[in-house]
Design a protein around this ligand. Structure first.
Ligand code: NAD
Ligand code: IPM
Ligand code: MN
Length: 351
């Protein structure tokens, strides 16, 4: 039997609610040949208020010893914006070299999309968002703060190593898919230094993947095509910030943010990869038991796949696909826990 040592960070807002359901479904998927041990970490707004701690070094070191991390969401209106997001989430993505932020944008059968006449065949892409650099790097500063002459800069960091490793990963992913197409999404008409590095890197790495067709799309046009021509995309590779924004659009056109999964992947396995829904802590609905846990459950499927357990991953994904079909036919409101129970039941039923 395979054993997996999972660190769990429920976090803030709806984070604990959706993570509880993700773990329920994971337990159902585990079965005889997979033993999952979990260690829960109390990080987020509660701990910050209690002790001022966001992510103690010792906790980071402990997290490093796990096979994977499952995270709900962080961020709370009672904490200044960015303290937890940067201090916990981005710190982990950077420290654990989560350079491949995988965000499938996939329309499941039966799911209502706001796009007219679109079917699952039209919307099935994989956004590979760079996860450790770009404008997220925290470079820049402020001068003459609070004066009329204030200047704030926020630099986008793009290293050859950082761009090349994510581009290479995206090519490898594209080569595995039936359409074998990769689109670089950037803004090289304005961000000329960074855009040029991305373009040259895609050209150079592309020479090693003659079977993958490549094109380029400015990010503003990509935002439009997500809505009016989503079928033009297969795999997308893009900068950290562009990837953040277009994957929320991707979520909106595939049934909403409650269904959008992600994996912060360190492909080499030097560090644990971290799986989390694309959505945040949703303070507006926290504590009501109405959050959709499906995004977290699909993130668990991505985690199982990453851990080399594709059969379990497919069982979880199939359970979600069935549940979404039933939802489309029968409708009806279910609580967070009811959806989790239904999904766990379906996974167990597939044995
Ligand atoms: P959000 O994703 O939390 O919420 C946006 C909207 O989507 C809200 O109306 C919310 O109710 C809804 N929503 C989100 N998840 C849902 C679910 N599972 N089911 C049903 N509805 C859902 O984004 P926001 O409001 O911009 O941010 C709230 C907080 O979360 C902020 O502090 C932000 O920094 C943080 N955040 C954290 C992460 C993360 O931890 N990965 C991601 C995004 C935002
Ligand atoms: C996401 C979130 C984060 C991001 C924030 C909370 C730092 O929006 O995971 O998409 O921008 O990456
Ligand atoms: Mn986001």
């Amino acid at each position: 039997a395979r054993s997996v040592n999972l660190a769990v960070i429920p976090g803030d807002g709806i984070g604990p609610e959706v993570v509880a359901e993700g773990l329920k479904v994971l337990a159902a998927a585990a079965g005889d040949d997979l033993a999952v041990g979990t260690t829960e970490y109390d990080l987020g707004a509660r701990r910050y208020h209690a002790s001022g701690e966001v992510l103690p070094d010792a906790v980071e070191a402990e997290l490093r010893g796990h096979d994977a991390i499952l995270l709900g969401a962080v961020g709370d209106p009672s904490v200044p914006s960015g303290v937890l997001e940067r201090g916990l989430l981005l710190r982990l993505r950077f420290a654990f070299a989560h350079y491949a932020n995988l965000r499938p944008v996939k329309l499941y059968p039966g799911v209502a999309t706001p796009l007219a006449d679109r079917t699952p065949e039209d919307i099935d892409m994989l956004v590979v968002r760079e996860g450790t650099e770009g404008p997220y790097a925290g470079m820049g500063g402020v001068m003459r703060k609070g004066t009329p002459d204030e200047i704030a800069t926020q630099d986008s960091v793009n290293t050859r190593m950082g761009v090349e490793r994510v581009v290479r990963y995206a090519f490898a992913k594209a080569a595995e898919r039936p359409r074998r197409h990769l689109t670089l999404v950037h803004k090289d008409n304005v961000l000329s230094y960074a855009g040029d590095l991305w373009q040259r890197t895609v050209r150079a790495v592309g020479a090693e993947y003659p079977q993958v067709t490549v094109d380029y799309c400015h990010v503003d046009a990509a935002a439009m095509f997500f809505v009016n021509r989503p079928e033009r995309f297969d795999v997308i590779v893009t900068d950290n910030l562009f990837g953040d924004i277009i994957t929320d659009i991707g979520a909106a056109v595939t049934g909403g943010i409650g269904l959008a999964a992600s994996g912060n992947v360190n492909p080499e396995g030097d560090f644990p990869s971290m799986f989390e829904p694309v959505h945040g802590s949703a303070p507006d609905i926290a504590g009501q038991g109405v959050a959709d846990p499906t995004a977290t459950v699909l993130s668990v499927a991505l985690m199982l796949e990453h851990l080399g357990l594709p059969a379990a991953a497919r069982r979880v994904e199939a359970a979600v696909a069935e549940d979404l079909q039933v939802r489309a036919k029968e409708g009806g409101e279910r609580t967070t826990a009811q959806i989790g129970d239904d999904l766990a039941g379906r996974v167990a039923g597939q044995g």
